[in-house]
Design a protein around this ligand. Structure first.
Ligand code: ADP
Length: 190
């Protein structure tokens, strides 16, 4: 098993780079944001519960998020490994993920931090909204998501740094160049 966390603020390019990583390394991509959006469009009970939170840019409570993520991992018993994208977003989620993976006899092998400054993020998301139509991409909701990131999610980084697992990649530049740096970091540990 090779398990990777891709970490960074909204708009850092986690989804874009995850696509390239799964193609090259054949890992299973688990994006909690994509899972929530699928629940919302399928109008499941969970989708109804989280719809407003997502629209407002607020984090979904840990227990709901952790249960959903663990279910998805269990649906992929044949996986060679996972890319966790958008998860963990809080320290309790990171602790829960470690405990869960331990029961499977594995753990997180690498945390890739995509480093992108706030001005670049705001610009990218404004551009993305023109095509994505995501309700949480508007300027006010985006500020809420950035707040949540600096209030809660950023603390996940020292948690993994203490474990010596973090590699920081400059997330500004050509998509291919960023991916080359990511591949280098994965190959060192793979
Ligand atoms: P981003 O573009 O900000 O990386 P995502 O697609 O990862 O967006 O997530 C969209 C929204 O889904 C978040 O703003 C939040 O409401 C919810 N969400 C996703 N992952 C988590 C998580 N791990 N914990 C709590 N809420 C989450």
């Amino acid at each position: 098993m090779f398990n990777l966390v891709i970490f960074g603020p909204p708009g850092a390019g986690k989804g874009t780079q995850s696509e390239k990583i799964i193609n090259k390394y054949k890992l299973v991509h688990l994006s909690t944001g994509d899972m929530f959006r699928a629940h919302i469009s399928n109008e499941t009970e969970l989708g109804r519960k989280v719809k407003e939170m997502l629209a407002d840019g607020r984090l979904v409570p840990d227990s709901i998020t952790i249960d959903m993520l663990e279910e998805e991992v269990k649906k992929n018993p044949e996986a060679k490994g996972f890319i966790f994208d958008g998860f963990p977003r809080t320290v309790p989620q990171a602790e829960a993920l470690d405990a869960f993976l331990e029961t499977k006899g594995c753990g997180i092998d690498l945390v890739l931090q995509l480093d992108v400054d706030q001005e670049v993020i705001k610009h990218r998301i404004a551009e993305r909204q023109k095509v994505s139509g995501r309700a949480d991409d508007d300027a006010v909701k985006l500020l809420k998501r950035i707040d949540e990131y600096f209030d809660k999610t950023i603390h996940v980084l020292p948690y993994y740094k203490e474990q010596g697992k973090v590699t920081t990649i400059n997330g500004v530049g050509r998509i291919e160049d960023i991916f080359d740096k990511i591949s280098g970091a994965i190959d060192e540990k793979y």
